[in-house]
Ligand binder design. Structure first.
Ligand SMILES: Nc1ncnc2c1ncn2[C@@H]1O[C@H](COP(=O)(O)OP(=O)(O)OP(=O)(O)O)[C@@H](O)[C@H]1O
Ligand SMILES: [Mg+2]
Length: 221
């Protein structure tokens, strides 16, 4: 039998704390993300799940604590799209934004990058909407386009906030399949979710309540 290699840590976060004035949103939180594994963050509304994901994504500075991602790239799809809902851009442009970090100094989309943008749109079944203004999409179509944007980044770590919430069965399936495919490609995936199927398919579940890890948060496999 070949020796089993140790799981590759993609990101290590320790002693994370986030305070908004008097409100402590996160306290004493340690998280390890592993390449090729899916981690799901669960907990009640207001538990600090989105705050934790934002910190892991590097989108929010913790009040204290450490994060080491060893220079790995991260792609974050937030719970609510911010500005893009009102921008006059097409679905293809929204998905292409995901690949901006891969564009060279001349600002050209290479054939390989265009291929990845097209592939991401097909995987989330938004290719037929490529020329449609993003602002005119339904909520579920927007969510799929934004996940396609997250995939187009081709990052080592994919962070998704409630990627199946509010979706019909078929759209939720598409998103779960995309998540499973990224895991197979060796991406460290972390999702905030209340989706029982996504939770049951996860390698690792982190439970948060009142900003703290609760017993039952299994160690990374
Ligand atoms: N920008 C902010 N300013 C002040 N308080 C905030 C801010 N963002 C979050 N909070 C507070 O931090 C706590 C955690 O919020 P967070 O959004 O992380 O929860 P959540 O677990 O993602 O909830 P939900 O399931 O409703 O999405 C809540 O008490 C919230 O009110
Ligand atoms: Mg949230």
């Amino acid at each position: 039998m070949p020796p089993t290699s140790a799981p590759e840590r993609a990101l290590t976060a320790s002693a994370l704390r986030v305070a908004f004035g008097d409100v402590v949103a996160l306290a004493d939180v340690d998280v390890d993300l592993v390449a090729g594994r899916t981690t799901v963050i669960v907990g009640p509304n207001g538990a600090g799940k989105s705050t934790l994901l934002e910190v892991l994504a590097g989108a929010r500075q913790p009040t204290s604590g450490r994060i080491d991602s060893g220079g790995r790239t991260r792609s974050f799809v937030p719970q609510r799209a911010a500005a893009s809902e009102h921008l006059p851009v097409t679905v293809r442009e929204i998905v292409s934004i995901g690949a901006w970090g891969r564009v060279g100094p001349l600002g050209r989309l290479t054939a390989a990058i265009r291929h990845d943008i097209d592939a991401a749109m097909r995987r989330l079944d938004v290719a037929a909407l490529a020329r449609t203004p993003f602002a005119t999409l339904s909520g579920g179509q927007r969510q799929r386009a934004l996940l396609a944007q997250g995939l187009a980044r081709g990052a080592d770590i994919l962070l998704l906030d409630e990627p199946t919430t509010g979706l019909d069965a078929r759209s939720a399936d598409l998103n779960r399949r995309a998540i499973a495919d990224e895991r197979e490609r060796g991406v460290a995936v972390v999702c905030v979710s209340h989706d029982d199927r996504l939770i049951s398919e996860a390698d690792h579940v982190i439970r948060l309540d009142g900003g703290r890890l609760t017993p039952g948060s299994a160690p990374a496999r």
